[in-house]
Design a protein around this ligand. Sequence first.
Ligand code: SF4
Length: 284
Amino acid sequence: MSMQLGLDGMPARLVRVTPSRLATWQDCRRRYRLTYLDRPAPPRGGPRAASTLGAVVHNALHAVFGERPARRSAARAALEVDRHWSSEGFRDDAQAAEYRERARTWVGDYVERHAVVDAPEPVGEVVGLERWLSAPVGAMVAEGRADRLDDRDGQVTVVDYKTGRRVPDAADAAGSPALALYVLAARRTLRRPCRRVELHHLPTGTIAAAEHDEASLAAHRERAEAAATALGAAADALEEDSRRAEELFPPRSGARCGACEVRRHCPEGRAAAPAEPAWSGLAP
Ligand code: SF4
């Protein structure tokens, strides 16, 4: 964490947050502690197929969009899926092969539709690929990697790829804290106008889009700042007295505990839901 001068002239803490840290804190504080604070880090569950598939698709798209449009094609996209493929977390070879083929189709169709020369729905000029964005926003430093930043008529659009079961809609795009923070950070980093956010769901080809205004961004920023302040204070209190771990970072159990990667360290989570197989959560 870094410091800046506060209003009273005393050093005020600047809490560094990524969207995934904030999301974990808001989802379950025990998971936050086990994931980000406890050192040495407690062992986690094994790889999950949905995460593996997401990483493969992201890597393949990163490779294809790193090329100029004339060198992009569905065949090239399928090749990149093969190059980055991993079968970790899948039930067996047959399931892995099925999803590998699906991923080749998803990424190939997407590239043909949006990224080749004369694409029917072009995405504009790519100005950032997994670009690290970092910017002070009030009492925190928001930072993280945006999947893609497109320039369309001088406006930057923040794009996030999705590969899970759930098909996103416009409300998901507008309500995504991660996308809103990337807008704020992209404005500061690129010094260009930015207010549009999009979730691109590869399995269905859905693009869920929203346009932020100053009020919606301010609301996201306030919520993120409040969470960042709370998680910073809880981490400080834990550092002072490790016996307060349970009180400061209580579990919040529910059905999703079945797929939590730190459930082996969490009796309440294990009691709340049976362990889900590593291949649960794949898009149908
Ligand atoms: S198993 Fe559930 S309650 Fe336990 S840390 Fe994970 S998400 Fe939290």
